[in-house]
Design a protein. Structure first.
Length: 107
């Protein structure tokens, strides 16, 4: 039951991050505020799930969105996002986050 509460809280904070981003996209406030809100809530969601790769994945998405919305040049944002996702994938394999729930050897 405890895992369901953690999942619900993580999904709620991630959903609020998407709402924050949409508010910036649709002009309720400047887009940079929406991106910052989405980043903060996405990182919070990853922290609730205790997943470093989720935090890095969210950061990569926000970085590429900064390029799409013209805050940074798109080529640099794309390069940075790809590098972040490569690092995230490497850490996922290194830390074994896929098999963390099934493992009986937890640190």
């Amino acid at each position: 039951m405890e895992e369901n509460k953690i999942n619900a809280l993580a999904y709620l904070s991630g959903g609020l991050g998407i709402v924050s981003l949409l508010g910036g996209i649709f002009g309720l406030y400047p887009i940079i505020y929406g991106l910052i809100g989405a980043l903060i809530l996405g990182v919070l969601s990853g922290a609730i799930k205790k997943s470093l790769t989720a935090i890095l994945g969210t950061t990569g998405i926000i970085v590429i969105l900064t390029g799409i919305f013209g805050i940074y040049p798109f080529v640099y944002a794309l390069l940075a996002a790809v590098l972040i996702w490569i690092i995230s994938g490497s850490l996922k394999i290194y830390l074994g986050e896929n098999n963390q729930k099934n493992s009986t050897n937890k640190l």
